[in-house]
Each structure stands twice: as C-alpha cells, then as structure tokens.
Design a protein around this ligand. Structure first.
Ligand code: CLF
Ligand code: SF4
Length: 488
C-alpha cells in the first residue's frame, strides 16, 4: 500500500501527488527571479544556502525555519533591547518567547519536523546571546543533530563571545552564523551599547564599544576562514549609525560576509527600551531603502527578513508557534523524514521549471525601454500568486524593468476579509500601505474592493492565479509596454 503523506490540510498518496497538490491547478509557466542562484556561487556554497529561507531569497518561498528560545543570558546591553523581551538583534522587539530547556527544545523540534515538511533550519536567536549562553545552545544543537541530521543549524550572536566557540561551531557542522554589527566606529558604538561584560569585567562607553567591535571583526574573520557562512545584521538607527552603513557594508563584504541584513530599528515606549523611552525613532521605509540602495555595490543585501520571534515556527512571514507550545507537544513523536524528503524532491523539480521559464520571460522585457514599475504580490509561498487579496497579511513588493524583476521588500497590513466580510477601514490602511505601488497581483478579489482600489489608483489583477510570481510580473511589464507602444 502506498504511504499517505500529509502536508498541512493535504493528504496525498505519493511524492508525485504531493508535487501536484502543492503546484495547484494553475498555469504551467514558471520563473525564478532570485539573482542568487546556483549560477552565482560555487556548488558547495549553493548546497549550504539552497534550503535556507534566510540565506536564499528564492528558498524563502519554499522552506521554513524554527527558533527555540533556550539561551537567555546576555553579555552586553543594547539601547534598543529590554531584557524582558526577545533579543532585538535578530527578532522583533517587545515580544516574549516561550523559554525552553534543551530537552524541551529538542522535543519541540521533533514535533515540528514531523508536521511541517518545509522545515529545513533550526535557529537560536535569543532572547539572550546564543554564543554567551553557549552550554545551552550546544546541548540543544547536539540533541537535535542526533535526532534530525537533515535539519541545518543556525545561530545569531552579538559576536562578543563568538571567537571562543568557532572550533566547536565548525566541529558541530553549524554552517550559518549571524553576527550583529551596527557600526565600525567606537564613538557611534558608545551611543548604542552602554556596557558590555567581558572576561569577568564590566566595560562602559567607548572602551566597551572598542572591545565589542574588535571581537566582532575577529569572529567574522575566524568564521569566514573556516568556511562558515556569515550573515551580518545591522540595526539602522536614524541619526546614529546610518552615515557609516555604506562603509560597514563594504568592509563586511571585503571580509567575506555572505549577506548583510540592514534591519529597521523598531522603537516604541511600550517596549521599555532606552531608545523607546528617549524618543529615538526608527527609519521610514524610504530611509531604509535609500540606505540599502547606497549599499548596492557592497555585500549582498538581505531584503526579505521578517524580524521574526525568538520562538517563531514556519515560513518567513507566518508564525505557527502557537500550534507547538510546550503544553501541546506529544510525548512521543515518530518521524522518519519521509515527508521532508518528498517535499525537497518536489522543490528541486519546481526550481528547475521556474528558472527555465524565467529565462524565456526575461527575453521579452530585455528590449523594453521604459521606467521601472513596482508590483505588489499576494502569495502563500511556493513562489506563486496563490493568495486571495482579502487574506493577505503582507504584500511582497517587486520592481521590474528591462534588467529583470527584483524583490524589494514586504509591506505588512491586516487582512481585508474577516469572517467572510470586508472591512472598509482595513482597506483604507492597505491603500496607504501600498502607496507608490500601482498594481497588485493576487489569486482573487471581490468586485467591491477591486473598485475601491481602482479609485485609489491601484489596479488589482487576479487573472494570473497560480502563476509563478516573476513570470507574471515580467509578462505584465512586457504586455503593458507593448500596449503603450501601440497606442503612442
Ligand atoms: Fe533564524 Fe536568523 Fe538563522 Fe534565519 S531568522 S537564526 S538566520 S534561521 Fe531570518 Fe528571521 Fe530575519 Fe533572522 S527572517 S529575523 S534573518
Ligand atoms: Fe538584547 Fe540581544 Fe543586545 Fe543582548 S545582544 S542586549 S539580548 S538585543
């Protein structure tokens, strides 16, 4: 008898059926717009990133991560952090995650792996510092590696303790490490870090920032030299560190960082952080984009970060953490990895198909001489336009021109449709959120919201349901420009 494979709400009888079920009933055209694909790097690096939703923009359409919050101790103070909450170097501030022992965490990872075939990475990203609270980090990773050798391990740190653990990190096959580096200038650092605790002593001001920066650079050099992929996170703090961001980007690229993730400061008095209480604001979307654009020639930028929770579970942009809280975990979990293997086979085929179609669609726009266009997309994952407008809680924003299609950012909004009814106030908010974006592609939209969006100057198109995102955008851009040329 064929094995039944269950994926979310789907139950299918074979790997081929799993593929079909995930593809949906849509058009066969496909594309891959991610510029960082196998053609852009050596095979060993591609093998490390192809299933990692944070290190590969393309992979974030297919793969899920989960975090476990096991290492709460921290050795520095950041002015954007309140220790009651998650580590704001990687996660959304003002959120409290469920703290676990290494044994509880390993049980949770097993339970999630059995239910979520997209799971490819386990990360430890606060609260606290995974390299400083090392014993708990290591114990967790050791347990998980024994049970689930196909799950990649990933950790995030402020870097101060990191040089002490590089040998173990390499020995444990942890091949993805995030270092948060906010500045190269100790005087700027002193405005971000009031103190650090290093080698049994507390340091303040410029002295503290100098030690931290030296250790961060040492950690970056050591990890890169040992073949670990390093992502550098930088929290963009207007008026404090934005002037040095381009130089920071250049230096981390020169030192071999794989990605640079420039994240907006999220500051709110309710979070009780120094910056929140003293009125330090975060950057606007335009300010963040301007800094990212300045860094275009430096380290590859990550633009799809969702600043997720320290106990997040699922695809980036979704959080299934509440389905897997400690009280809901089964005592015994059976997992043979079959569902994950089937899913990965399907993704490999799907990616090839997308790439072939992308090349064809790209050829159509290569001759277009027109300004770039922004397009918002509603998607549930799989790289397809497969979400109802009313269900979208975020819009993925792409830019297209003759050079091709590029992911720019995501913009969050409450979903318009709740309990089968549209909410006019939410629609007004969505219109504000989509400021400057003239077109939305979605799987479906009702007539009433379509008309209101059109009145606000935003066209919503639902004739490309289930198409691959990049192909649909390229086709739209090419056909618009053909039409404009005919009517000129
Ligand atoms: Fe987690 Fe971070 Fe690893 Fe990803 S998250 S430890 S690298 S597995 Fe990813 Fe989340 Fe952004 Fe982090 S979207 S907050 S970058
Ligand atoms: Fe908070 Fe993370 Fe900074 Fe520690 S490293 S103070 S947990 S933001």
């Amino acid at each position: 008898m064929a094995d039944i494979i269950s994926l979310g709400g789907l139950q299918v009888a074979s790997r081929d059926e799993l593929g079909k079920a995930l593809e949906g009933g849509g058009c066969a055209a496909s594309s891959c717009g991610s510029k960082a694909g196998p053609a852009d790097m050596d095979p060993a690096t591609w093998a490390k990133v192809k299933d990692h939703p944070c290190y590969s923009e393309e992979a974030h359409h297919y793969f899920a991560r989960m975090h476990v919050s096991v290492a709460p101790a921290c050795n520095i103070q950041c002015n954007y952090c309140n220790r009651k909450y998650d580590c704001a170097n990687e996660s959304r501030p003002g959120v409290v995650s469920e703290r676990l022992t290494p044994e509880q965490a390993a049980r949770k990872v097993l339970a999630v792996a059995a239910e979520v075939p997209q799971l490819s990475v386990l990360g430890i990203a606060g609260p606290g510092d995974a390299a400083y609270d090392w014993k708990k980090t290591k114990a967790t990773f050791d347990l998980v590696q024994k049970q689930l050798p196909d799950i990649r391990l990933c950790l995030s740190s402020n870097g101060l303790a990191m040089p002490d653990h590089v040998d173990e990190i390499v020995a444990m096959n942890i091949d993805h490490v995030t270092l948060t580096i906010n500045t190269l200038d100790p005087e700027v650092g002193a405005q971000i870090y009031p103190w650090i605790f290093f080698r049994g002593k507390r340091h303040h001001g410029i002295e503290a920032a100098t030690i931290l920066l030296d250790r961060q650079m040492q950690a970056l050099d050591m990890l890169v030299a040992r073949g670990v992929l390093v992502k550098v996170n930088s929290v963009l703090i207007p008026g404090i560190n934005e002037a040095g961001m381009q130089e920071l980007n250049r230096v981390v690229k020169q030192k071999g960082a794989f990605l640079h993730n420039i994240m907006p400061l999220i500051s709110d008095p309710a979070h009780g952080t120094h910056f929140g209480l003293t009125g330090q604001r975060g950057p606007t979307a335009a300010e963040l984009r301007a800094v990212q654009d300045l860094c275009g020639d430096g380290a590859n930028l990550m633009k799809h970060c969702r600043q997720c929770r320290a106990d997040a579970v699922g695809m980036l942009g979704e959080d299934r953490g509440q389905e897997f809280t400690l009280d809901k975990l089964p005592e015994v979990v059976e997992d043979d990895g079959e569902k994950r293997a089937a899913y990965r086979d399907w993704v490999a085929r799907e990616r090839e198909d997308r790439r072939a179609a992308a090349e064809a669609a790209q050829a159509e726009v290569a001759v277009v001489a027109a300004p770039p266009m922004l397009v918002a997309v509603c998607t549930k994952g799989g790289g397809r336009i497969n979400q109802h407008f009313g269900h979208a809680t975020e819009f993925q924003i792409y830019e297209v021109d003759a050079a091709g299609v590029r992911f720019i950012t995501h913009r969050r909004a409450d979903n318009y449709c709740v309990g089968g009814h549209g909410d006019g106030e939410t629609l007004s908010e969505i219109i504000r959120t989509l400021d400057g974006v003239p077109v939305v592609l979605c799987a479906r939209i009702g007539e009433a919201p379509r008309e209101r969006m059109a009145a606000a100057g935003i066209e919503v198109i639902d004739t490309c349901a289930q198409d691959y995102i990049e192909t649909a955008i390229l086709d739209l851009y090419a056909s618009r420009n053909r039409r404009d040329a005919l009517t000129a």
